[in-house]
Design a protein around this ligand. Structure first.
Ligand code: AGP
Length: 652
């Protein structure tokens, strides 16, 4: 998705902006651009299609410098990737705008502006913002008021950074629906879509709230809240939060690709996600954070909060809340949705609570019935996924006003980014400490989500246990969880074997993935990984469904990947695999050591470390990540930034 980086400094800003754009590359983009106000007071711009490198080539030909600037990576929504559609967009050589999001009413606004004599040079929705700001400036408004007046007319989601040629000491940002942070430096300040863009220049950030604007001048940072029907701007204090990860955490280190680095980090980040969250009695409820103003906060009424606007939890109140849960509604997208699908098996079997899982983009657009006592659980690596956020906002509104008001007990976000919108807008959060995930294909975020979901499942079981002291299943699961990072280490040791296996996939056009029970979502995740980075068409099926249709696809050209842990469904899965083999399908089975499956003609078996059936989905996800990685490397695709995809999907 589009990325914004902008700043006002006491030195040339252009190199900081270009470095910031490189750091935003992982979000996915197709063109890039930068504009500065140069020392002569001229507004200068450079734009290029393709990688940031292409923009740098252009800047080598025609360098630009200045103390204030706005820059952008664009992921095309309106208008093809082309230089004239790349941001920044200008109006009258006076105003420069960069934008992330979608302006839904841009056509009507464009018509109005063309009627007023503005000439458009792009097909983008963003250009209307530049001309609207220009018009407000011409009417005599100062830049912050002009941006405020314009944003009041915009429908849709946006984060904006705007500067004006006549005022090189003022940078304005606005956020509504798309992420925007302020980087707090010493005598220099910045705006970006993501803190990662600014780590070389600061580790202190202000996470803007929905609807906030910010005005940056040499005198400092002023965050402005829109009040009184949005037309007044009132200064407001927002907390400055220190970024918890080092610059190195966002680097590739010794690895060729971020994806491999992130796969290999899993034992460490799983340990970190578990650390200090377990005690001999079970899951420590203190692991859950509470957003501001919540009745669940340890010191209700205290609004200052801890880091990122979060406060400690009142354990007694949370125990009661968890004990009251009658149903869990899980909402997520993509890989996070697959984590939710695994959790449904756990919630129903381990905690005895009915659970439903749905992709956010479907959930938010249908009439729904929530049972009283529903916990609304969202899953997201980034915490900025537009569909997931919209679903949360939607149920919050309905829970206040709708016919089933009050049916949702609370919202819980399982998320990897502490200051993200999802965390800040949910009642409760449980952080997955995966560290920055840069590769578009989610790996360590997925397995840490699964661990966090198991912790949540156990916490719900505990709360329902009515003080039951000897809960054997909980005790066993806690023990296995502690051992999990070690088992993951063992499954990473399969890397060499899987790299060889990958050669058998590189010339294939289709692959089927099979699993049963809680491994069915793992098969889905394996298929998603393969298709997104190797561009091989891959589909996942619950193995029992084969005979209801997909069996027709099986012949000697169809590789079939199966995940086969030791569980109650093993014998049934084996029969399904026989059905494939009998039709000439090539089998690639990731199997428990105790599953007696013999490798031979058309049957490849990779032995996965033995693990208890509940935690098997976490362990089996790893070899499938490695498989897709090696196939993509062999095919020579862009592993970390696959075509057409974005890391953080901040538009619908
Ligand atoms: C995963 O490999 C994908 N890149 C994608 O499906 C991703 O999981 C999805 O867009 C959801 O993102 P989130 O976890 O940040 O909400």
């Amino acid at each position: 998705m589009c990325g914004i980086v902008a700043g006002l400094a006491q030195r040339d800003i252009s190199k900081i902006l270009i470095e910031g754009l490189h750091r935003l590359e992982y979000r996915g983009y197709d063109s890039a651009g930068v504009a500065v106000i140069d020392p002569a007071g001229e507004l200068r711009r450079a734009r290029a299609v393709g990688k940031v490198r292409a923009l740098e080539d252009e800047l080598r030909e025609a360098p630009l410098s200045g103390a204030i600037g706005v820059a952008h990576t664009r992921w095309a929504t309106h208008g093809r990737p082309a230089q004239h559609n790349a941001h920044p967009h200008l109006s009258s050589e006076r105003v420069a705008v960069v934008h992330n999001g979608i302006i839904e009413n841009h056509e009507a606004l464009r018509g109005e502006l063309e009627g007023a004599g503005y000439v458009f040079t792009s097909e983008t929705d963003t250009e209307v913002v530049a001309h609207l700001v220009d018009r407000e400036l011409c009417s005599g408004l100062a830049l912050p008021e002009a941006v405020n007046a314009v944003t009041a007319r915009l429908d849709g989601a946006f984060a904006l950074a705007v500067m004006e040629q006549r005022n090189p000491e003022l940078l304005v940002g606005a956020r509504q629906g798309s992420p925007l942070v302020v980087g707090v430096g010493i005598d220099e300040h910045f705006i970006a879509s993501d803190p990662l863009a600014l780590l070389p220049v600061t580790d202190r950030f202000i996470y803007l709230d929905e609807g906030d604007m910010v005005a940056i001048t040499p005198a400092g940072i002023q965050v402005l809240e829109r009040t009184g029907d949005r037309d007044e701007l009132t200064p407001v204090t927002r907390e400055v939060v220190r970024y918890e990860h080092s610059v190195e955490a966002a680097g590739k280190g010794e690895y060729r690709h971020f994806m491999m680095k992130e796969i290999m980090e899993q034992p460490r980040v799983l340990s970190r996600t578990l650390a200090e969250r377990l005690d001999p009695q079970g899951v420590r409820l203190e692991a859950f954070d509470v957003s501001r103003h919540s009745f669940l906060a340890a010191s209700a009424g205290n609004e200052s909060g801890a880091e990122g606007g979060k406060q400690g939890v009142d354990v007694a109140r949370l125990t009661q809340l968890f004990a009251d849960v009658r149903q869990v509604q899980i909402i997520a997208c993509g890989t996070s949705y697959h984590a939710g699908m695994v959790a449904r098996y756990w919630l129903e079997e381990v905690a005895g609570i009915p659970a439903q899982v749905e992709v956010a983009s479907e959930f938010r657009y249908r009439e729904r019935v929530a049972a009283p006592g529903t916990l609304f659980l969202t899953l997201s690596q980034s915490g900025e996924t537009a569909d997931t956020l919209a679903a949360l906002r939607d149920i919050q509104k309905l829970n206040r006003e709708g016919p089933q008001a009050g049916h949702y007990l609370a919202s819980l976000a399982i998320c990897n980014v502490a200051g993200s919108s999802l965390v800040r807008e949910s009642d409760l959060s449980l952080l997955t400490h995966a560290g920055p995930e840069i590769g578009v294909a989610s790996t360590k975020a997925f397995t840490t989500q699964l661990v966090a979901l198991m912790l949540t499942t156990l916490a719900l079981r505990q709360a329902k246990g009515d003080g039951q002291t000897d809960d054997l299943l909980s005790r066993q699961l806690l023990m296995r969880l502690k051992d999990l990072p070690h088992v993951i280490e063992q499954s990473l040791a399969l890397d060499g074997e899987i790299a060889q296996l990958a050669e058998k996939f590189m010339h294939r056009h289709h692959t089927l993935f099979l699993g049963r029970g809680s491994q069915y979502p793992i098969a889905m995740e394996g298929a998603l990984k393969l298709k997104e980075i190797s561009y091989i068409h891959a589909e996942a099926y619950a193995a029992g469904e084969l005979k209801h249709g997909p069996l027709a696809l099986i012949d000697e050209d169809m590789p079939v990947v199966a995940v086969a842990p030791m569980d109650d469904l093993m014998e049934k899965l084996k029969s399904n695999l026989q059905e494939v083999r009998a039709r000439g399908g090539q089998l690639f089975v990731f199997a428990d050591p105790e599953v007696s499956l013999k490798a031979g003609e058309g049957v490849h078996v990779v032995t996965v470390p033995g693990v208890c059936r509940f935690l098997a989905p976490i362990v089996y996800a790893v070899p499938l990540q490695l498989l897709s990685y090696h196939v993509a490397v062999l095919k020579g695709t862009d592993v970390d930034q696959p075509r057409n995809l974005a890391k953080s999907v901040t538009v619908e």
